[in-house]
Write a protein that binds this ligand. Structure first.
Ligand SMILES: NC(=O)C1=CN([C@@H]2O[C@H](COP(=O)(O)OP(=O)(O)OC[C@H]3O[C@@H](n4cnc5c(N)ncnc54)[C@H](OP(=O)(O)O)[C@@H]3O)[C@@H](O)[C@H]2O)C=CC1
Ligand SMILES: O=C1O[C@H](COP(=O)(O)O)[C@@H](O)[C@H](O)[C@H]1O
Length: 510
């Protein structure tokens, strides 16, 4: 609380989905939790002709979350919060009319004593980020003589490596890198951050965290939903750009990185960049063909409900070759990870919603218990990011009785067992960090570019190679069958259920 100075949050694209569904509820929760400074206000900016009152009504009405809160009897909180919301109509385009915006910002700043500390949140399509930044600069709103100025930008950070560089360069014309906060909401998830703590606050994992003990690493991000109302956007993006390039490579970087010298933003981000740069880029035709699998969901009946195939979704081209499933095998070229395969997949319309990291340990070098059945290669550390957030270790125990029969047992920790802990939603945590000037959980320009360097050749290969197939999979299954061929030996994907302790092969269709 003390660290959060008086400030104004100016949201561009305030009439949009993200503002109503994520930003306003996050700010409301921060307000209820007493995390917002006394002198604080939100100025929503977009082209829709709304008054302050309309905007207050719109965000409260559109956000079912806030409605629920109102019904729960928190109307005092809600009306106090509402009074902090203002709106400015930018006119017909985001190209000009910034004089009146500047006047409004200065007027509100004096009235509410926000100390010239401004955060500009760009929640518009990215093609207008530069013009907004330029206009803010021309109006003197980015000057840091009085107060600080920060900018939060939403993904996508580019469409490929070239456009990501272009976007970074254009923002750098008006803002220093230290002022730019690129949001990746996976970094705001408590359990993603806990990866750092698990690895670097304990002495029991790190000695094993390398090629000597780890056989392979598996990361799954599965969603049971399809593209919902975002078919138009998704069809020009696909799973590789939408999830893999950003959220999943962020997770990979936290698994792969070396211990940082400290926990400051730059110390952690330097190590993450190094980790991303050590991913072996798939360059030749053979490795691209053998190590990447893409798929697209087909219509199916799930529990009696007919679910649309991807090509039938609103806003999607009926001949679309956009992938809704991607699985990639790759290696990390450094001392720690030499020859350890990483298998990473993300998809829509899977049997359940789950994100987890599985560290598969090597079996014991010398097996003395021959009666150990299934257990031989079953030492796993499972870090469950969502749902059922927690950590589970699978290890072998002796079955009571004669002989040395070994059975699998679980050692587990569940976040919800910390009864007093109310997990902050990702956007709450990230907004609060930006308000306090802490960029640790935001992506730096070079991080984003390093991730694109890995992804670009895959995109090009899919676009240009005749050999690159897109496989259909029925909605509600774990993707195309041949994704299993990616895994070496007799390894299989751990197709997890919605509970952390569920065993592979067992899944609940939700
Ligand atoms: N929604 C989500 O869950 C997520 C969104 N994002 C990113 O956040 C940003 C905003 O997303 P979201 O709120 O969903 O988008 P919406 O299309 O719902 O809202 C964008 C807002 O930007 C304004 N806008 C300005 N120019 C245009 C234009 N050419 N076309 C459409 N809108 C325009 C619109 O307001 P007006 O017309 O009133 O000016 C609109 O309200 C995007 O960059 C998106 O990629 C990222 C992750 C998740
Ligand atoms: O960024 C995105 O993330 C969501 C999934 O987020 P989660 O927190 O629910 O796991 C995904 O549905 C969306 O397509 C993507 O743009």
């Amino acid at each position: 609380m003390d660290r959060t100075e008086s400030q104004m949050l100016i949201i561009f694209g305030a009439s949009g989905d993200l503002t109503a569904r994520k930003l306003i509820p996050a700010l409301y929760n921060l307000h209820c939790g007493g995390h917002l400074p006394k002198n604080f206000l939100v100025l929503g900016v977009s082209r829709s002709p709304l008054s302050d009152k309309d905007f207050r009504n719109k965000v409260a009405l559109e956000s079912s979350y806030l409605e629920d809160e109102n019904q729960k009897g928190n109307s005092d909180h809600l009306s106090n919060f509402s009074e902090k919301l203002f709106y400015h109509d930018i006119g017909n385009s985001y190209e000009d009319s910034y004089e009146s915006l500047a006047e409004r910002v200065k007027g509100l700043n004096s009235e509410f004593k926000t100390a010239y500390n401004f955060i500009f949140y760009l929640s518009t399509p990215p093609n207008i980020y530069e013009v907004i930044a330029k206009n803010l600069s021309e109006q003197g709103l980015t000057q840091q003589k009085k107060g600080w100025k920060r900018m939060i930008v939403e993904k996508p950070f580019g469409y490929d490596l070239a456009s990501a560089k272009e976007l970074n360069n254009s923002l750098h014309k008006y803002f220093n890198e230290e002022q730019i906060f690129r949001i990746d909401h996976y970094l705001g998830k408590e359990t993603v951050q806990n990866l750092l703590v698990t690895r670097f606050a304990n002495s029991i994992f790190e000695p094993l965290w390398n090629r000597n003990y780890i056989q392979h690493v598996e990361i799954t991000n599965a969603e049971s939903v399809g593209v919902e109302k975002r078919g138009g956007y998704y069809d020009s993006s696909g799973a590789l750009r939408d999830m893999f390039q950003n959220h999943l490579l962020q997770i990979v970087s936290l698994v792969v990185m070396e211990p940082p010298i400290g926990a400051k933003a730059e110390e952690i981000r330097n190590e993450k960049v190094k980790a991303l740069k050590s991913l072996r880029i798939l360059t030749d035709h053979k490795s691209l063909n053998e190590n990447t699998i893409r798929g697209q969901y087909l219509s199916a009946d799930i529990n009696g409900d007919k679910v649309k195939g991807y090509r039938e979704e609103d806003g999607v081209n009926p001949d679309s070759t956009t992938e809704t499933y991607v699985a990639i095998k790759f290696f990390v070229d450094n001392w720690r990870w030499k020859d350890v395969p990483f298998y990473v997949r993300t998809a829509k319309r899977m049997p359940t919603k789950v994100t987890e990291i599985v560290i598969h340990f090597k079996p014991p070098h010398h097996r003395i218990f021959t009666d150990s059945g299934m257990f031989n290669k079953d030492n796993k550390l499972i870090i469950r990011i969502q749902p059922d957030e927690g950590i589970l270790i699978k290890f072998g125990v002796k079955v009571p009785g004669q002989g040395f029969k070994v059975e699998r047992a679980n050692l587990d920790f569940y976040y919800d067992s910390l009864a007093e802990t109310n997990l902050m939603a990702a956007y709450e945590r990230l907004l609060l960090d930006a308000m306090q000037g802490d960029a640790t959980l935001y992506a730096r320009a070079d991080e984003v570019e390093a991730a694109w360097e890995f992804v670009d050749p895959i995109l090009n290969f899919w676009k240009t190679s005749k050999d690159s197939m897109i496989y259909g999979y029925s909605a509600g299954v774990w993707g195309p069958q041949n994704a299993d061929d990616l895994l070496e030996g007799d390894n299989t994907w751990r197709n997890p259920g919605s509970n952390l302790a569920d065993d592979p092969g067992f899944c609940v269709i939700k």
